[in-house]
Design a protein around this ligand. Structure first.
Ligand code: HGY
Ligand code: MN
Ligand code: MN
Length: 423
């Protein structure tokens, strides 16, 4: 049993244990490894379950109260002090070719913060919470950040449970199958503040030779599935003038997106990440192509303009090739600004710990953008080597990982004693 809150003078001297942090990162990386040093733990698969089970066992080892909510979010609370908790967390589901740090690092650093306090006999004035949010990647069940979206009330539990995976199963059934259909209700407990520690997943920090990003917000995200239905035919006998070829249209769409990004410049990015051709045979003009469009911009008005231009192009290309095109919205999140008061805490602490630090937006989506809807939130970035992520080769140097975790530790403790008058 810990005594009352210990004085903050000692808290500033606390530092995480680097080998414990790395042991846990490598321990989780051992679950469903892939060639090249990454992981494949798509949301709610058996591999995700094994990762969840390991992390829950670590949470229990730290005497944290662990609850599972109706969409499988894992919320662990070290119930000390009083009032609502300062929360950190992220995700441990990965894309199919994920790295060992994306999401995992933030969850494990959160546990390291708790263990560092416990091992040094330091009791924060507020509870500390560490969350593992379900299906942050959205790669198997769209949209991304699904678990944290439901956690903050941005989508109903019922709607989420009925979402089907790209491989078929219903989200609610998968939760039951892997034993993570929890009883805790969504929306969940509102934290006092939320800080997420994450790898940058881009090239900026490394290019600027800066160690820490104090993240100012997350860019807007627009995901849609486009289905193009043409006329399947013989590859040898069908004259080009008589073709209604969905694969050709898909290629035109991909080229259009690349040109649109170039014309917008700045933060505009467009990706065609998934293309399914049917029947996908060498000597058959395809019948159908289903593809995904991932369009992002930090500016909402530009993002809407890009969506509009894409929609007009789809109509144009459908009529000129004589195919039908239908679209299905998979995710749409406006750009998010994080809370300056939290960004200030992160930036001040990072500099006080002698880290080169810069403010920057996030190109990737994160659970923090959902928590920002209900409490003061922000993020800490550490560099990604060669800016590579969503790739088994994803890497961040240990010194940077340790520096980020120490900033998370100090930021969470500082937020415990920060009063936020509700804006
Ligand atoms: O798509 C994203 O930005 C995140 O990795 N879910
Ligand atoms: Mn992530
Ligand atoms: Mn990711």
């Amino acid at each position: 049993m810990s005594a009352g809150p210990t004085t903050s003078s000692r808290s500033e001297a606390l530092r995480i244990d680097a080998s414990r942090l790395m042991d846990r990162i490598m321990g989780l990386a051992d679950i469903s490894p892939i060639a090249g040093g990454g992981n494949c733990r798509l949301a709610l698969t058996d591999e995700d379950k094994h990762g969840r089970d390991l992390v829950v066992s670590w949470m229990r080892d730290l005497d944290m109260d662990v609850s599972i909510d109706a969409v499988g979010n894992i919320i662990a609370i070290w119930n000390v002090g009083s009032g609502s908790p300062v929360m950190t967390g992220s995700h441990i589901d990965t894309v199919r070719t994920g790295g060992k740090f994306d999401g995992n690092y933030g969850v494990i650093a959160g546990l390291e913060v708790v263990e560092t306090c416990q091992k040094n006999g330091f009791t924060p004035s507020r509870p500390l919470a560490v969350a593992v949010f379900t299906d942050e990647e959205g790669a198997r069940f769209a949209p991304d950040m699904l678990g944290s979206l439901v956690y903050v009330g941005g989508m109903t539990t019922e709607e989420a449970l009925d979402i089907n995976a790209i491989d078929g199963p219903r989200l609610g059934d998968e939760l039951v199958r892997i034993g993570y259909a929890g009883s805790a209700p969504c929306p969940g407990l509102v934290p006092h503040a939320f800080v997420e520690l994450h790898i940058e997943q881009g090239p900026l920090l490394e290019a600027n030779n800066v160690r820490i990003g104090a993240v100012t917000g997350v860019q807007g995200i627009s995901w849609q599935e486009v289905t193009i239905v043409g006329q399947s035919n013989h590859a040898g006998t069908t004259p080009m003038s008589l073709r209604h070829d969905p694969t050709y249209v898909a290629a035109e769409i991909a080229v259009f997106l690349r040109k649109l990004s170039a014309s917008y410049g700045a933060h505009q990015v467009c990706t065609v990440g998934k293309v399914d051709v049917f029947p996908n045979l060498i000597n058959v003009v395809a019948a159908r192509v289903t593809m995904t469009l991932d369009i992002r911009n930090t500016d909402e008005a530009l993002l809407q303009r890009a969506e509009q231009e894409v929609s007009e192009f789809l109509k144009e290309v459908a009529s000129s090739e004589g195919v039908s095109i239908t679209t299905k919205k998979l995710a749409r999140f406006e750009p998010v600004e994080f809370d300056n008061r939290v960004i200030d805490v992160i930036e001040k602490i990072s500099i006080s710990l002698d880290n080169t630090t810069q403010r920057m937006p996030s190109g990737a989506g994160h659970d923090a953008q959902m928590l920002a809807r209900v409490c003061p939130a922000a993020m800490i970035f550490v560099p990604s080597v060669n800016g590579v992520s969503h790739n088994a080769a994803e890497h961040t140097d240990t010194d940077d990982l340790v520096a980020g975790a120490n900033i998370l530790l100090q930021s969470m403790l500082a937020l415990c004693t920060t009063e936020f008058d509700r804006v």
